[in-house]
Design a binder for this molecule. Structure first.
Ligand SMILES: [Zn+2]
Ligand SMILES: [Zn+2]
Length: 166
């Protein structure tokens, strides 16, 4: 969705409200995806001097656990607010995706918000033990005995330490 922010700052008197569908499936969020279209709510209102914009959306994020590689699906919410003055539109460091005509790319803004929101490391659970380096199964399912995989006869002094660890 495009929003003519420059025009709204100049002439917008009534609050603006839009509910729209946004397809973010082409974007990659550190390996995670948002495969389903997202329903977002965008609102703008002005007091004659500055414009207050809000953007809200929920998305079902699909990724995989960084430790055990199981699929992970989690809900992420974007709920952000931004206040803009007319002079911001000509600021080269303005953070929102705006073209030279002053049109705001709301889809791209939403994409950027999900970039911030979605963790770069997803886990199936906070205490996921990951995979066994020997058999490749999940540690919770693997039956490997740590001692079976010792490559060389263990030095007796180390064996004492090892038995303490076990
Ligand atoms: Zn996991
Ligand atoms: Zn194992």
């Amino acid at each position: 969705m495009q929003f003519d922010l420059r025009k709204f700052i100049a002439t917008g008197r009534q609050p603006y409200h839009a509910e729209f569908q946004c397809d973010l499936s082409a974007h990659d969020y550190a390996g995670a995806r948002i495969p389903q279209p997202v329903t977002a709510v965008f609102e703008a209102e002005t007091d004659g001097d500055e414009v207050r914009m809000t953007l809200r959306a929920n998305a079902s994020v699909h990724g995989e656990c960084a430790r055990c590689l199981d699929p992970v699906i989690r809900e992420e919410t974007v709920d952000t607010e931004w206040t803009v003055k007319e002079r911001d539109l000509d600021d080269p460091d303005f953070d929102l995706p705006l073209d030279e005509k002053g049109h705001l790319d709301v889809d791209e803004w939403l994409n950027q918000e999900f970039m911030f929101q979605i963790p770069t490391v997803l886990l199936c659970s906070a205490d996921c033990a990951g995979l066994c380096p020997v058999c490749g199964k999940k540690k919770a399912e693997c039956t490997c005995q740590p001692a079976e995989h010792a490559e060389a006869p263990v030095d007796t002094r180390l064996a004492i330490l090892k038995s303490l660890l076990n």
